[in-house]
Design a protein around this ligand. Structure first.
Ligand SMILES: [Fe+2]
Length: 279
């Protein structure tokens, strides 16, 4: 195999597909979250411009992934919860994306079920090997799902918060999750209702909208049980946050991810959701 050095700066590849082969890549996950072991995406922080660059290309899919849940046993509770919610976000976004397709749906639904059954268990008892194994499988499934159908508004809005305020990826996703899903629900009522059926919160007699809402309520309850911090609790400065709204909204849209949502968010929608995060 001939490896050709890429020309230019790494940020020249923002938003483009990297065409060149790279040396063989082996991925060994030590958390159950990102799904990077099976995806063509990677994130590199551009600290000069305060953005997280989404880079993509089939060459970024590892040649080999070693997924052994024992490597995740020592992950502390905060890392366990935020990475697990990252995996949940991948699965939900993959299932409700405009680019969802039948095969990615199978992996997404399976991941959502496993995460609802096991994430809280791993948070409360990191040594629960059965639950850790289920979470490792779920993160893998969610990775396969979003690698084929993309992420949507949560990830699009999460990267700017993470880049400017240095909030870990899974945590900024979790902070946004409920408010973004409330926005996305109206464009994908049936899909959210499917998710409610998958985790058992849909009850006979409910409308699809009520079913979808019951799923989102369960996501909120899970985030609360996992003690997800607010922006204020994390130490974000209120003035700096509100002063960054315009840049964050621009950067979110620039990434292309929000446009995969089945309800097309405009810049003012994104700003409104960012504002709503400040309790
Ligand atoms: Fe993610």
């Amino acid at each position: 195999m001939l490896y050709i050095w890429l020309e230019g700066e790494i940020n020249d590849y923002l938003g483009k597909i990297i065409p060149n082969p790279i040396p063989p890549l082996v991925a060994i996950p030590t958390t159950a979250g990102t799904g990077s072991e099976v995806t063509q995406f990677t994130i590199i922080s551009d600290t000069k411009r305060d953005i997280k660059m989404l880079l993509k290309g089939p060459c970024l899919i590892p040649k080999l992934a070693v997924i052994d849940p024992f490597f995740t046993l020592s992950a502390p509770p905060k890392v366990t919860s935020s990475t697990g919610l990252d995996a949940l976000t991948h699965a939900i976004e993959a299932y409700t994306s405009k680019k969802a397709q039948p095969l990615s749906d199978i992996f997404a639904i399976s991941a959502v079920k496993r995460i609802f059954k096991n994430l809280l268990k791993t948070y409360n008892n990191g040594k629960d090997t059965d639950a850790r194994r289920e979470m490792s499988i779920a993160a893998l499934e969610a990775g396969i799902a979003f690698n084929n159908s993309s992420v949507t508004i949560v990830h699009g809005m999460s990267r700017p918060i993470g880049a400017i305020f240095h909030i870990p990826h899974g945590l900024s996703n979790a902070m946004l999750l409920n408010n973004c899903l409330e926005f996305a629900l109206k464009g994908a009522v049936e899909r959210f209702c499917d998710l409610a059926k998958a985790i058992g919160t849909y009850k006979e007699g409910m409308t699809e909208l009520e079913g979808g809402q019951s799923f989102i309520n369960s996501v909120g309850k899970l985030c609360s049980d996992l003690n997800i911090q607010t922006l204020e609790e994390f130490g974000v400065d209120r003035n700096e946050y509100f002063g960054s709204l315009d840049k964050m909204a621009e950067d979110a849209l620039q990434s292309g991810s929000p446009q995969n949502t089945r309800r097309n968010p405009q810049k003012e929608d994104i700003v409104k959701i960012y504002r709503s995060l400040w309790k």
